[in-house]
Design a protein around this ligand. Structure first.
Ligand SMILES: [Zn+2]
Length: 98
């Protein structure tokens, strides 16, 4: 028997949808890393079941890291390992002056 009492951490009743790159037509702010999710980047939309207005857009790796922080998903041993290091954003090539 599992206990019904659980801390409502905000992660219990969320619907997570994957947004395909072609569906991402706007830039969003990722609450995980506080950086922008650029248009055309596949990511996750996390919708609280009880308050759908509070949906947030997350980078896929940021959301997976968030799940691990809450002990969800992935293997428990892997969660203890340090992350590989910051991902470097792709740099846009700037046109050279003439
Ligand atoms: Zn992020």
């Amino acid at each position: 028997m599992r206990e019904e009492r659980e801390d409502d951490d905000g992660l219990d009743d969320v619907a997570v949808r994957h947004v395909q790159p072609y569906q991402a037509v706007k830039a969003y702010r990722c609450p995980g890393c506080n950086h922008e999710i650029a248009p055309g980047v596949g990511h996750k939309v996390v919708v609280p079941v009880h308050s759908p207005d509070l949906r947030r857009h997350w980078h896929t790796p940021c959301w997976e890291a968030e799940l691990r922080r809450h002990g969800r998903g992935g293997s428990p041993t892997a969660a203890n390992r340090a992350p590989k290091g910051p991902k470097r954003p792709k740099h846009r090539r700037r046109p050279r002056p003439g």
